[in-house]
Write a protein that binds this ligand. Structure first.
Ligand code: NFA
Length: 103
């Protein structure tokens, strides 16, 4: 006879979960040689920080050894860390940015 197609229940809006990608921190490490003003310029150029944000991040790394700049998806975090580190290298400085997965 006539067959009917099994039908799963309509998904309710209340069942919907949006997947958020893991976030990665970009961290500025202190060193003894890179000029403070150069660090500030790199933070403004690569991470789009304004002058006061960049100055505070630079001084925190200077005083504490490291400072989280911002969080991004893994690809963006790794690309920005490399671009910023390369800007230091191109200018003869040991400036270093690393990435770390957020908990
Ligand atoms: N410590 C560096 C100096 O005294 C400045 C600096 C800050 C370098 C933050 C790297 C990161 N010139």
């Amino acid at each position: 006879g006539t067959t009917t197609k099994p039908r799963t229940r309509t998904r309710q809006k209340s069942d919907t979960k949006v997947a958020r990608p893991p976030l990665w921190k970009v961290i500025l490490l202190n060193d003894d040689y890179t000029p403070r003003e150069f660090v500030v310029q790199v933070l403004k150029a690569v991470f789009r920080l304004n002058e006061s944000q960049a100055y505070r991040v630079m001084m925190t790394a200077h005083q504490k050894g490291a400072c989280v700049i911002a969080v991004y998806t893994r690809d963006v975090a790794e690309t920005k860390a490399k671009e910023a580190t390369d800007l230091g290298k191109m200018n003869g400085y040991p400036l270093y940015f690393t990435t770390e997965r957020e908990e």
